[in-house]
Design a protein around this ligand. Structure first.
Ligand SMILES: C[S@@+](CC[C@H](N)C(=O)[O-])C[C@H]1O[C@@H](n2cnc3c(N)ncnc32)[C@H](O)[C@@H]1O
Length: 513
């Protein structure tokens, strides 16, 4: 057996599943774990991806952009990984976002998001239109979340490090879709993460169930009428799954479970386990219509499909949805937001639109800084208008899908797409500007090849010898200035060319090691 699950856990599972199913469940711990990658369609479409990558790919049935891979291929050791073309993700973890049914233009919240696997999946579905607010209460974990948002080229995300209650106070009824990938006792991850198996304690179940109920309560207040949310865990305990949903439905009659159609991969919820809990004095009796709805939730079982254990519930809030056409354009939220999630904004107010109106906390003049951004755009970017509201935050310039006042009083990790920092009136472009730019949006591009090792040398931070003829300049752009470095056409970072040498601007913390 590759991993030995805790004894107390196995005893519970035997009681819940019964002898026959338990035998199959237990045997699944003899199987190797499954590894997966998901295509980042913000950067490359699935067909081009299948042709480009050297890995053997096998489709994951529940995620159109997901593939099983052989872990031995080391997917993290390829320049395309550094170009953000794919995310390495456990296959079952790709299911919740598929059920959220995100469409471009929506306001989406990922409430428990770090390190950001599901947020990058949501962002790909938004295709740059609408807004993703991605949050995690753990400050340390929001660093990885912000990095993933940046590596995967997401332009329309705000990263928060807040409690769900405080977000609910700031954004009541604001979101069309919410993902609650809840903190849980992690019983479904023992095969993937041996530490989880070693550390697991039965007390965790009750502790996490309490947290999940609080988080769901806030999520309900954040969702617009007619909106949808998906609740997911990677644990088997009914206290954290069917019982959490039953309690939620009891408290929130305006919600109903959207039935999941069971198939070869998704098994139904286990309403009978509510009774099992009640008999042990650890649950309660629920009205029959609530019990029936827990059967419409989904379970992914390691003995029935190729992935780790998960629980899924799709919940819809009754009521009229907001008119979708108002959400269609990126950044259409006004600063004088009132009486509803969306206001209209003159679409001409793009990033060259409304000027800054004061000084930031460091006393820096916003107008001056925003002018530096405009000057940079003229010199180093092509004519294309980039989306979002330019705003100053901590001395850096961001393009944000929200206006600054909407974020007042919240713990903001990134108020939007980080485009650069300003020193002595000049903007130094940020790495996230490069990763989210397409080559056609940059004034100068140097394309490296993944095949000949030059891209890896760039990713290691080396200075490259580059003939002038290799730099592709847009009309009116000279060779001097920031060069967008790409690998086979996909953005990696910045460089600066002079006299046959490319000075490497790839950040030290991102380098190939
Ligand atoms: C299952 S993990 C999320 C994984 C993530 N969705 C992904 O796909 O990469 C649960 C996360 O919830 C966070 N968390 C715990 N309590 C929270 C709370 N009260 N509010 C928001 N996030 C919380 C944890 O820090 C943890 O990062």
């Amino acid at each position: 057996m590759a991993v030995q699950p805790p004894k107390g856990f196995l005893e519970r599972m035997k009681e819940l599943l019964g002898e026959e199913e338990y035998a199959a469940f237990y045997a699944s711990y003899d199987n190797p774990r499954f590894a997966g990658i998901r295509v980042n369609t913000l950067k490359i479409d699935s067909e081009a991806f299948r042709e480009a990558v050297p890995f053997e790919l096998r489709p994951i049935p529940w995620c159109e952009t997901g593939y099983y891979i052989d872990e031995q291929t080391k997917p993290g050791k390829h320049p395309y990984y550094h170009a953000g073309l794919y995310y390495i993700q456990e296959p079952s973890a790709m299911a919740p976002v598929e059920l959220l049914e995100v469409t471009p233009g929506e306001h989406v919240l990922d409430l428990c998001a770090a390190p950001g696997g599901k947020s990058t999946q949501i962002a790909a579905k938004l295709r740059g239109n609408g807004m993703l607010v991605t949050n995690d209460i753990n400050a340390e974990r929001t660093k990885a979340l912000a990095k993933n948002i940046e590596l995967y080229g997401v332009r329309n995300a705000v990263v928060l490090g807040e409690s769900p209650e405080r977000i609910a106070r700031a954004f009541p009824n604001f979101f069309d879709k919410i993902l609650i990938d809840a903190p849980c006792s992690g019983e479904g991850m023992f095969r993937k993460d041996e530490d989880m198996a070693r550390l697991w304690e039965p007390e965790w179940i009750r502790k996490y169930a309490g947290m999940q109920r609080d988080i769901l309560r806030s999520a309900a207040a954040l969702l617009a009428p007619g909106g949808r949310m998906v609740y997911s865990t990677c644990t088997f305990a009914p206290e954290e799954n069917e019982a959490t949903i039953a309690n939620f439905l009891l408290e929130h009659p305006e919600f109903r479970v959207v039935p999941l159609r069971p198939n070869d991969c998704i098994s139904p919820g286990r309403p009978e386990w509510l009774e099992w809990l009640a008999e042990r004095g650890e649950g309660r009796d629920y009205p029959s219509e609530i019990v029936a709805q827990t059967a419409m939730c989904g379970r992914l079982w390691p003995h029935k499909m190729e992935g780790e254990g998960h629980f899924l519930a799709v919940l819809e809030r009754q009521g009229e949805g907001q008119p979708q056409e108002e959400a269609a354009a990126y950044g259409n939220v006004t600063s004088d937001w009132e009486g509803g999630p969306r206001g209209k904004r003159d679409s001409r107010q793009g990033h060259r639109g409304r000027p800054g109106t004061g000084h930031d906390a460091k006393g820096v003049d916003e107008r001056e800084l925003l002018e530096s951004w405009r000057a940079f755009s003229r010199e180093h970017l092509s004519e294309a208008e980039l989306p979002g509201e330019p705003l100053l935050f901590g001395g850096n310039v961001y393009l944000s899908p929200l206006t600054k006042d909407r974020l007042d009083g919240l713990k903001v990790v990134r108020p939007g797409w980080y485009v650069g920092s300003v020193k002595n009136g000049r903007l130094t472009p940020g790495q996230p500007l490069a990763t989210a730019l397409s080559p056609s949006e940059a004034a100068r591009v140097l394309d490296l090849s993944a095949a000949d090792g030059e891209a890896i040398r760039y990713l290691k931070g080396e200075t490259l010898q580059v003939e002038a003829a290799r730099i592709r300049c847009s009309e009116n752009a000279g060779l001097k200035g920031y060069v967008l470095v790409t690998v086979d056409g996909y953005s990696l970072g910045w460089g600066k060319w002079q006299d046959g040498m490319l000075k490497n601007e790839y950040p030290a913390g991102w380098r190939w090691t």
